[in-house]
Design a protein around this ligand. Structure first.
Ligand SMILES: NC(=O)c1ccc[n+]([C@@H]2O[C@H](COP(=O)([O-])OP(=O)(O)OC[C@H]3O[C@@H](n4cnc5c(N)ncnc54)[C@H](O)[C@@H]3O)[C@@H](O)[C@H]2O)c1
Ligand SMILES: O=C(O)[C@H](O)CO
Length: 349
């Protein structure tokens, strides 16, 4: 029997996706609850054809340098700030992420944070739960979203999905990106320079990737440029924000409130000063965390790996320049394929 390709998985992944993967390849998985030691992973990779990468893991040229058969690396996430793409490209290894399948789910979470924070749902619900309904202080007032401005920093696939929700709530949407988009008319959005966005927005939502350029983009000066009444939301990545600067801005009233899905570090230790800040709502990186979407992300990751180990094109590849190409077809075979697909060539001139 022909030997199946070997795929290493360096941590826990949902069981249905592993079962699906095992229909196509052999799997060697680290199933301990501890993080797999990097040196052990490097030893496992010596024989591997593919790697399903599970965070925390820094993926770089050094990790794969003794992995002569490695043909693909993939991760169930759209963000790839833990991966040195250039070094994988230099090693000729395509890297697959999971764009698209999570857009609506992450946008739902981002907008849930905005709506929850704007009406101080958490604080109000706590008074009721603690039997102190009548003692609720009058200063825990919410604010309307309608007729307010949402500023999105990082207006990509998820940003656009957030903007649709905001417009349905009657908000005006402005955004800042590396470049102005060409579809502003369709999305009814307006491009702004960063400083103008910060001065204009009642809600600022970060949805950018973590890069050298965005690391600590939200620093002391950034928060000073925001309105004192503004809400700050981060669903992008924790280190885009200088956490000390955020804590200070919240405590001094430079900004009114923050709602975070991502933090720096993750997870936050129990004694982290951010947890003592009253006007800050934090959830534990659950942006894409619904059963259906995590399933879709895992199956897309498995499909990328199955394709890669067979040197077939990954469906979603970050470094397309080293993605596998579809084999070129001669005219005869192409006509045969069309016939099989039921295309009647007589319909064409
Ligand atoms: N919290 C979560 O669970 C969660 C889920 C999905 C994605 N994310 C994060 O969100 C990011 C965006 O995801 P996406 O699918 O929308 O990606 P995307 O590539 O479609 O969009 C990213 C956008 O950010 C813009 N951008 C890049 N650098 C910028 C900069 N310096 N200033 C302003 N804009 C900049 C890009 O131009 C692009 O339009 C991911 O990289 C990931 O880090 C988080
Ligand atoms: O980047 C992503 O897809 C999310 O943060 C999930 O990890």
């Amino acid at each position: 029997m022909e030997k199946k390709p070997l795929v290493v998985v360096n941590g826990l992944v949902r069981k249905d996706a592993i079962a699906y993967l095992k229909e196509h390849v052999d799997v060697r998985q680290w199933t301990e609850k501890t993080v797999m030691p990097r040196e052990t992973l490097k030893e496992w990779l010596v024989d591997a054809d593919g790697l399903w990468c599970v965070r925390p893991l820094d993926v770089d040229g050094n990790l794969v340098k003794n992995a002569p058969n490695l043909k693909v690396i993939a991760q169930a996430a759209v963000g790839y700030d833990n991966v040195k793409i250039d070094e994988l490209t230099a090693a000729g290894i395509p890297y697959g992420n999971t764009p698209g399948v999570l857009n609506e789910t992450v946008a739902e979470l981002a907008f849930t944070l905005i709506a929850t924070a704007s009406r101080r749902i958490l604080e109000n619900a706590n008074f009721v739960k603690e039997g102190r309904w009548a003692q609720r202080p009058s200063n825990i007032k919410g604010f309307d979203l309608s007729r307010r401005t949402l500023g999105i920093i990082g207006m990509g696939a998820i940003g656009v999905s957030i903007s649709r929700r905001a417009r349905a709530f009657g908000m005006t949407v402005v955004y800042h990106n590396r470049n102005q988009r060409i579809d502003d008319k369709i999305h009814k959005t307006t491009y702004m320079e960063l400083d103008d966005l910060l001065a204009t927005s009642d809600v600022v939502c970060v949805m950018a990737p973590l890069t050298d350029e965005t690391y600590h983009m939200c620093d002391e000066a950034f928060f000073k440029k925001m309105k004192n009444t503004a809400l700050f939301v981060n669903v992008g990545r924790g280190p885009i924000v200088d956490t000390d600067a955020l804590i200070s801005a919240l405590k001094t009233g430079e900004i009114d409130y923050a709602a975070l899905d991502v933090t720096d570090p993750e997870p936050l230790p129990a004694d982290h000063p951010l947890l003592d800040v009253e006007n800050c709502l934090i959830v534990p990186h659950i942006g894409s965390y619904t059963d259906r979407t995590r399933y879709d992300m895992s199956i897309l990751t498995a499909d990328n790996i199955i394709a890669g180990v067979h040197k077939k094109p990954l469906k979603t590849c970050v470094n397309e320049e080293v993605n596998y190409k579809k084999p070129e077809m001669d005219v005869e075979s192409a006509l045969e394929e069309l016939k099989k697909a039921g295309v009647d060539l007589a319909d064409f001139d």
